[in-house]
Design a protein around this ligand. Structure first.
Ligand code: Z5A
Length: 222
């Protein structure tokens, strides 16, 4: 039986990585096999492309080219990580996926939505998330969290963008949540990590019923 596919989305510092890890741990407690992954990245080829994108090396090529590079990374990630895991009955938790392209390259980067949806049709097909948790936060708080975590390390390609770019991201994520209520749930990410974890768990329990999932024969730790 195919596993479930959960994606986390949101702007900078919303707590996606923190909450992905906590959800993976909780699901493993139900003997569900979980693969925790991220985009861009999550496979050998995609991690190479991640470096090109986040270093800013591809920025001069323009947002369409960046969208194609994110799509190329996604193609490898789907083929080598996501699909095989789902077919083995694992639950896949992915930090960012298609909505990041829609929002960063589309809404904030002004790439034509037809271009984005064309790439999506070609690359993603029916490998769509069962549930997308969109962590929502005032961008100033998110950027401050990301800066505090980074300490003195240099900012990446997208963290360098100005505040109005991050406000556009938030608005676009909210629009996606409103337009796709069957797949997406907006989560208030401003509370403490515990409060956010509780809100997420309520949604996962209600929508995906992990307590009734088949026990993984391959072991829950993988
Ligand atoms: N991108 C794109 O443009 N197009 C695409 O198609 C895809 C991606 C797939 C990937 O960056 C970049 O690629 C991303 C979009 C673009 N833009 N940027 N920059 P990344 O993978 O390096 O990082 P990220 O995805 O943006 O994550 P993040 O912003 O760095 O963080 P986060 O995962 O959302 O949050 P976190 O690491 O869990 O938490 C951040 C800090 O806050 C940390 O110190 C936590 O301990 C703290 N934290 C977490 N939760 C809380 C709460 N609730 N309260 C207080 N503090 C908290």
């Amino acid at each position: 039986m195919r596993g479930k596919f959960i994606t986390f989305e949101g702007g900078e510092g919303t707590g996606k990585s923190t909450q992905s890890g906590l959800l993976a741990k909780r699901l493993r407690g139900f003997a569900i096999g979980v693969v925790q992954t991220r985009e861009p990245g999550g496979s050998l080829g995609a991690e190479i492309i991640r470096h090109v994108l986040l270093s800013g090396a591809a920025k001069p090529l323009g947002p369409e080219a960046e969208a194609m590079l994110f799509a190329a990374a996604r193609a490898d990630h789907i083929k080598t990580t996501i699909t095989p895991a789902l077919e083995r009955g694992k639950w896949v938790i992915c930090d960012r996926y298609i909505d990041s392209t829609r929002v960063y390259q589309g809404a904030a980067g002004n790439v034509d939505p037809r271009f984005i949806s064309g790439l999506e049709r070609l690359i993603v097909g029916d490998v769509m998330p069962d549930l997308t948790l969109i962590l929502d936060i005032d961008p100033q708080i998110g950027l401050a969290r990301a800066a505090a975590r980074r300490n003195d390390a240099s900012v990446d390609r997208f963290e360098q963008e100005k505040l109005d770019f991050h406000v556009k991201l938030r608005d676009a994520y909210r629009e996606i949540a409103a337009a796709n209520p069957d797949r997406c749930v907006l989560i208030d990410a401003q509370g403490t990590p515990d409060v956010v974890t509780t809100a997420i768990w309520k949604v996962v329990e209600k929508r995906l019923a992990p307590a009734t999932a088949p026990v993984s024969l391959e072991g829950a730790a993988s």
